[in-house]
Design a protein around this ligand. Structure first.
Ligand SMILES: Cc1cc2nc3c(=O)[nH]c(=O)nc-3n(C[C@H](O)[C@H](O)[C@H](O)COP(=O)(O)OP(=O)(O)OC[C@H]3O[C@@H](n4cnc5c(N)ncnc54)[C@H](O)[C@@H]3O)c2cc1C
Length: 410
């Protein structure tokens, strides 16, 4: 598609944040085009849907304030203005019914992202939003025009408002590679370095644990770190632990590792049995049974949970029911690091909020707006990542419309 007349706005990055910004601008009757480096839009959004697209959470405003740690008021305002119930209405308008799981996580009824994305792209097209794929943004001309690398060579695009929604710095193969950061640093925009969020924890497993249990899910367990606790299951991998509870606690573990270079999480292997009951059952005469058999018969503790106990409990515990019970309820697991940045579900770091006004616009370069994961905010999984991406996309898109209107009226 060619761009014959100047655009009112260019959105760079066709993830959920950028598509939402484009929709707001098109709704205001403005001419908007979305530019995407990859051959197709929203690849990370589609990947997120592979294991069930947890698009939001039935959280109250108070809950929302708690899940975005250190978030500036602008972010909280955006997620309050376009929060869980508005996101569910928006899905329903696209013909996709929301489905709420037992822990309050909200999914599209088909669980996948593709039906929602298909309907959304069709609606955007019907509103006149242009989509240019294989356009990799690399910077600005002196005149302020956007420069893209395309299969047909370099291309400069004039436009009035620019909305950047380039994503974080993980899962590079899906397009979000964080390579945009130096361009903004050069412009004098304050940025924070990227850090992994919602990522796996590295554990120094024994060879036996790796060989026998890599890939094993650990179910019906509680994982604790400092004052946080999660009852979600997690998965053992050859390098450590990931998914569910591990992702939830990884933000605090990451901060602790940065502070003290060490962190120990604790597992409650039998969260539905009291410590006293565990001790009582273990005190039953063991006779000549092995400890494994005793654990299986008295507590139904076997398989990967028993292996975890032996891995971190130490054999001296075997003879003392009190100590063994304490370990089963509070098993220390030392964490030696985090999985690499590129494997993280999300990243924090990026464009600092101090650079932005209340409408997500660069204070010192009016007309340039930001949305989504490229902004410096952090949140656990649970639907809160996509909630903030959609909400900031909406806020930045509306901010751009406001700025265009003001510019014309002055
Ligand atoms: C495996 C996985 C599962 C996930 N599951 C969930 C979940 O269930 N719930 C949840 O809330 N979140 C989930 N997330 C996180 C969520 O997908 C992201 O937070 C979200 O997609 C970020 O949206 P965004 O629009 O800010 O950026 P992105 O979706 O990353 O989109 C940014 C776009 O910008 C493009 N781009 C980058 N640089 C350039 C450039 N220079 N020029 C042009 N285009 C460029 C990229 O190609 C990309 O398409 C998951 C992530 C992963 C990896």
């Amino acid at each position: 598609m060619t761009i014959d007349a100047p655009l009112d706005a260019a959105v760079i990055g066709a993830g959920p944040a950028g598509l939402m910004a484009a929709e707001m601008i098109a709704d205001a009757g403005r001419r908007v085009a979305v530019f995407e480096a990859m051959p197709s839009p929203a690849r990370k959004f589609l990947m997120a849907g592979k294991s069930g697209l947890n698009i939001t959470h039935v959280a109250s405003d108070a809950d929302l304030a708690a899940v975005y740690p250190n978030a500036p008021q602008r972010l909280l305002q955006a997620v309050t203005d376009f929060g869980p119930s508005r996101i569910q209405d928006w899905m329903a308008q696209l013909g996709v019914q929301p489905l709420t799981g037992p822990t309050g996580r909200v999914f599209p009824e088909q669980m996948k992202a593709s039906p929602l994305l298909r309907a959304w792209l069709a609606r955007l097209e019907s509103k006149g939003v242009e989509l240019h794929t294989r356009h990799h943004w690399i910077g600005w001309e002196e005149s302020g025009e956007l420069i893209f690398l395309t299969p047909d060579g370099q291309r400069s695009i004039p436009c009035r408002a620019q909305i950047f929604s380039l994503g974080g710095a993980s899962w590079k193969r899906l397009g979000s590679d964080g390579s945009w950061l130096p361009a903004f640093e050069t412009l004098g925009v304050p940025v924070s370095p990227f850090r992994p969020s919602n990522c796996g924890l590295r554990i120094n497993w024994s060879d036996r644990m790796q060989a026998e249990f890599a890939g094993a899910p650990v179910k019906n367990v509680a994982v604790r770190f400092e004052d946080q606790s999660s009852r979600e299951e997690f998965v053992i991998t050859s390098r450590g632990m990931e998914s569910g509870a591990v992702f939830t606690l990884s933000l605090s573990v990451r901060d602790a590792l940065e502070r003290a270079c060490e962190a120990t999480i604790h597992l409650d292997l039998l969260p539905d049995v009291s410590a006293e009951d565990v001790r009582h059952r273990l005190s039953r005469p063991r006779g000549k049974q092995s400890l494994s058999n005793h654990l299986r018969k008295t507590l139904n503790l076997a398989g990967v949970k028993r292996a975890l106990l032996f891995e971190f409990g130490g054999l001296e515990a075997a003879e003392a029911p009190d100590q063994l019970a304490r370990l089963i309820k509070h098993l220390p697991v030392p964490v030696i690091g985090l999985f690499p940045l590129d494997e993280a579900i999300s990243t924090d770091g990026g464009i600092s909020f101090e650079a932005l006004d209340d409408h997500f616009m660069l204070k010192h370069r009016p007309g340039r707006f930001f949305a989504g994961e490229m902004l410096d905010w952090d949140a656990p999984t649970g639907g809160y990542l996509l909630t903030a991406c959609l909400a900031t996309g909406r806020a930045a898109g509306r901010g751009a419309v406001r700025w265009l209107n003001n510019a014309e009226n002055t």
